[in-house]
Design a binder for this molecule. Sequence first.
Ligand code: MG
Length: 378
Amino acid sequence: MLCECSDLLRTEELHLAPYALRARLSRGRVHPEPSHPFRTDFQRDRDRILHSRAFRRLEYKTQVFLSGSGDHLRNRLTHTIEVAAISRTIARALAANEDLTEVIALAHDIGHPPFGHAGERALSKVMENFGGFDHNLQALRTVDLLEIKYPDYDGINLTYEVRAGLLKHRDGISALPDGSPLDPTPGIEAQIADLADDLTYYGHDVDDGLESGLIREEMLEPLAIWQLASEKARSAGLPAPCERFSAYTVRCLIDTMVGDAIRHSARRIADADPQSPDEVAHLPANLISFSPEFEKMTLELKHFLYQNLYFCKELQKLNALSLSRIQFLFDTFLKNPALMGDTARSRLEKDGAARAAADYIAGMTDNFAIMEYLRLHK
Ligand code: MG
């Protein structure tokens, strides 16, 4: 039996909800291409992301802990893979387009600079007077301009829906850089990838915090969501505290958040009853969300993570170091653009030295940024 693209499109027609974005109805690519015999346009986009250099570099970029800090800790690639898996589960449960959700999830951090949030803060600061820096916009620059592999144009020519899905925050943005208008509310698939990103990092950062020793279990005990998850571990007969207890609690934490997101979103979808992706795009608010009860509990967890992990003393020292390294690299490349790599230099004329330097630095892995710093800081 041969399953061709036309069969895949028919399967979408049969199984997807009316509000899901079907590949057949994509607004297409900036540079039109003939369709593929065996993959839908969104499946092709997923493969383009997987085969991009920027995607491979995610393996050596900080999620919370500097690349190479520990064999069990997440990096930006393993984070991304977890986000993609959870996105697919939610999309499937809500009869949204799993392929589109997956590609948005796989690409969502592709524009993230080295050194995690510290890296992004540093780049935003140095770019303050040169148009700013935001990792979501950088993801779009990466797929539109910075990946080079096609004969006639820069970028990897993704579909409109994936590119629009990369812009999480649309305040004040009404069009993509090529002029394609942007709907006020993201599509259901982009909404799913966005919530999956949040709940994935809530779960795995607790896990990595415990693994690294920066978070201790008793610190989590006052949190309502931890109580809910650890109750499940207790009723499974696990004695606290032990490694298996924490690991199972983290597992229950993630599963409970995903379950709540699916059930609550399904109720919101049923209430709004959108009959097309276009209706979703013009609703005043996202349909994909936690229930109010979980919204409150996850917010409490998020604040806990900010206070006790992302801004803890141990990481702050490292963050300050990352900040000064990025600042140094940016100043150096701005003064002497000839020191940058080929691709960055090739964009000098079009984008100016500051943007080319930001692109170059944003693309670096943690390791490469440190090596460049050591090479140039004499
Ligand atoms: Mg992320």
